[in-house]
Write a protein that binds this ligand. Structure first.
Ligand code: SAM
Length: 328
């Protein structure tokens, strides 16, 4: 590992060692209430140690019989939420390289067992490991998640390695669900190089296009952008910028499906609507639109339909809140 790369990982580990010992409510992430799950009581300490910037727990991904892997366990909140669905020993593998964070998570999880009679700490297998070297066998995981970790990794090596590791351990058709900050314009290099800002999920963010590009380059054949909203403002005064810089937080799912010949299917919340006189419109590529009924389409299909230049086809803009259904 080159020395500058090693040093930023050391800083990251130090930041999260401290955050494990002394919960830091304002560290890195957005004050967003965790997803409510009936019958799940979350210990207060897990709220204080919620270092995520969105959620990776979406009902459409949850299966009781799947093996889930959570990278960067933090205080254990989302591992507990995943265990709510798996409910069996070892159903959730939770990985973290920081011993103090693993210890804190284990303690919080034991606490959760006291107030959730359906839950046993054995449901979560907390392991020493690293996103860059997961130590998990090939194609053994159905569902993988990381929240507010991959944005810290530098491109040109680490981020690619982390995504490649996930792809390796996922079974075919498996999925990776992530939440991370992205930036609305490139972050100046001097801020990107500030290891403490990077560790705190402030300055490592990519633009959304770059972020999605990394997922595609890793080999995921389909992507869903499920949420996109403001995360932080890097104000011009504090960060010595020409103008304020808005960071956003996104929730994304990436699927280990074969890459289509004509490129990935990326769903960003666009719909196609046929408004012509017939009952249906068939584009000849497997997409059947019913008159006046919106059909969710991936960006590739949206662009192909737009290129037809037909007045009886309405293609809506991205909502960035795709919730399933549609083409591909
Ligand atoms: C921003 S926190 C997010 C914690 C948790 N995902 C959450 O949402 O609360 C980053 C987590 O990743 C862990 N971490 C740091 N470097 C890591 C690495 N190289 N591989 C895996 N986890 C790492 C930290 O110890 C910490 O638990």
């Amino acid at each position: 590992m080159p020395s500058d790369t090693a040093s930023y990982h050391d800083t990251v580990r130090n930041v999260y060692r401290d955050a494990a010992i002394t919960p830091a409510a304002n560290l890195c992430c957005v004050p967003q209430a965790p997803r409510y799950l009936p019958g799940l009581h979350i210990p207060d300490i897990m709220y204080d140690m919620n270092y995520g910037c969105g959620t990776t727990v979406h009902l459409q991904d949850m299966r009781h019989d799947q093996t889930a892997m959570y990278v960067g366990v933090g205080g254990g909140l989302e591992a507990l939420q995943l265990a709510y669905f798996c409910r069996r020993p070892g159903g959730v593998i939770a990985i973290d390289p920081v011993a103090e964070m693993r210890e804190a998570a284990a303690k919080n999880i034991a606490l959760a067992a006291e107030t959730n009679d359906w839950f046993d700490p054995s449901f979560i297998d907390i392991r020493d490991g690293d996103a860059l070297h997961l130590g998990v066998d090939d194609e053994t995981v159905d569902f993988a998640a990381q929240n507010c970790l991959f944005n810290i990794f530098k491109t040109g090596g680490d981020l690619e390695r982390a995504l490649g590791e996930i792809l390796r351990v996922l079974k075919p058709q498996g999925r990776l669900v992530m939440s991370d900050p992205v930036t609305t314009r490139p972050i100046p290099q001097r801020l990107q190089d500030d290891e403490n800002l990077r560790a705190a999920c402030i300055s490592g963010a990519l633009t959304l296009d770059e972020y999605l590009g990394q997922i595609v380059s890793a080999g995921f054949g389909a992507i869903e952008v499920r949420s996109r909203k403001p995360y932080r403002m890097l104000d011009a005064r504090t960060y010595e910028l020409d103008s304020d810089l808005l960071l956003e937080t996104i929730e994304v799912a990436a699927f280990k499906t074969p890459m289509p010949d004509d490129g990935p299917c990326i769903f960003t919340g666009r719909d196609a609507i046929y408004t012509g006189p017939d009952e249906t419109f068939n584009d000849g590529k497997g997409h059947l639109l019913h008159q006046n009924l919106p059909m969710p389409v991936c960006d590739k299909t949206a662009q192909a339909l737009e290129s037809l230049g037909r007045e009886d086809l309405v293609i809506t803009e991205s909502t960035w809140h795709y919730q399933g259904g549609g083409c591909c």
